[in-house]
Design a protein around this ligand. Structure first.
Ligand SMILES: O=C(O)CCC(=O)C(=O)O
Ligand SMILES: [Fe+2]
Length: 381
């Protein structure tokens, strides 16, 4: 199996493959990938109905084949498909093959025009809300994140997302400051274009959508790189013609290739008819090699990036000096329970109730970790 250790720097509600450290590892992953593909093809041919002979009898005789019986990231979810792309974000970045999104006229640019934002979101799987926060609003949040991050480091509870400490994730921001609580629920006082973003997300996910996670992302020079993924990869396929959720990224500082702006494959989320690009047998590499391919999102501070959870993307490596600051919030349709245990978020069940839950129930509710002493608002001053 490919290395599917949880990537602590990701907002995806699933385990993601981590970036391999060496060329040999990439080579090994490729071999494993080829082997998995062969296994999958074998399974498919064994289970495939004889053409022209699809009917209840043959379907019933095949039995229940909705999963691979091995994992929640099964053959019927996109997780396994994504192993095709192991190591590619690093490879393309090193080969200088990733371009800035603003080199392409037709790709989304920051805008406050709602119709344009909707059109961008549909066509490219993301849109950029211009000036979503004022410089003062950014400052209030960055100040709080810096203070919290420093305090978590000095208390020994920091989540470092890079082996050389070039990245830190400040998880569960809802517990860590009123400014974040306000921004997460789109209050104008925390983010001037919050209500516009709220409206757009309601169009994406329907009313009452839930929060999967909200965390601060701190990326220094050399940090930030993730494996290419989608943010609904753990959900079973085939996908309906709409996303299950949306990851939004509040840019506190500049986003572009050197700054570690999000890598994305614009348009990888769907076809014009609405069908998903993620299905059994898909060649995801083709998506990467077609125009515009893998690009880095360009956006000035204050922009809010809204993404369709089906679009291929990942954190980009910062090569410039200095630091990229952002807040990432993952929202889901109301019926999807927020499952984000890697960030120890959502541990909000009272202790006395938690104590009487069976392991199975805890697992089903996504609360197998109960943090009785969550890290709340802190100050190093
Ligand atoms: O920080 C970024 O640029 C992207 C992060 C991301 O894709 C994720 O956390 O799921
Ligand atoms: Fe993501």
């Amino acid at each position: 199996m490919a290395n599917t250790t949880v990537d602590p720097s990701s907002s995806a509600s699933e385990a993601l493959p981590t970036i391999p450290g060496s060329e040999e590892l990439i080579e090994r992953l490729r071999r494993e990938n080829a082997q998995l593909r062969a296994e999958l093809a074998e399974l498919r041919s064994a289970r495939a109905p004889v053409p022209g002979n699809v009917g209840w009898e043959s379907e019933m005789a095949s039995g229940i084949v909705y999963s691979d019986d091995r994992s929640h990231t099964s053959a019927k979810s996109a997780g396994r498909l994504l192993t095709q792309l192991s190591g590619l974000s690093k490879e393309r970045m090193k080969a200088g093959k990733i371009r800035n999104s603003d080199e392409f006229d037709y790709l989304p640019k920051p805008s406050a025009d709602e119709a344009q934002l909707e059109a961008d979101f549909i066509r490219w799987g993301y849109c950029l809300v211009a000036d979503a926060m004022t410089p003062e609003q950014i400052k209030a949040q960055v100040d709080r994140i810096l203070d919290q991050a420093a305090a978590e480091r000095s208390e020994g509870v920091a989540i470092m997302t890079n082996a050389r400490d070039a990245g830190q994730l400040v998880n569960n921001l809802v517990l860590k400051g009123q400014v974040f609580r306000d921004a997460v629920e789109f209050k104008e006082t925390a983010a001037q274009r919050g209500p516009l973003i709220d409206r757009l997300l309601t169009k994406v996910m329907g009313e009452g959508f839930g929060l999967g996670c909200a965390h601060g992302s701190i990326v220094h020079e050399g940090g930030g790189l993730q494996e290419l993924h989608i943010d609904q990869g753990g959900l079973p396929m085939p996908y309906p013609p709409y996303p299950f959720g949306s990851l939004i990224i509040w840019c506190y500082t500049d986003f572009n290739l050197d700054a570690g702006g999000t890598y994305i494959v614009p348009g990888s989320h769907r076809t014009p008819s609405g069908s998903t690009s993620f299905h059994e047998g898909v060649d995801l590499l083709q998506l990467l090699d077609a125009e515009p391919g893998l690009v880095s999102i360009c956006a000035p501070p204050g922009t809010c990036i809204l993404t369709d959870t089906r679009v291929l993307h990942c954190g980009g490596r910062r090569t410039a000096s200095g630091t990229r600051y952002a807040m990432r919030c993952h929202y889901n349709r109301k019926f999807i329970r927020a499952l984000h245990e890697q960030s120890v978020a959502n541990v909000h069940v009272p202790d006395d109730v938690y104590a009487v839950l069976s392991d199975r129930l805890k697992d089903m509710m996504g609360i197998t970790q109960n943090n009785a002493n969550p890290v709340g608002e802190m100050s190093s001053r």
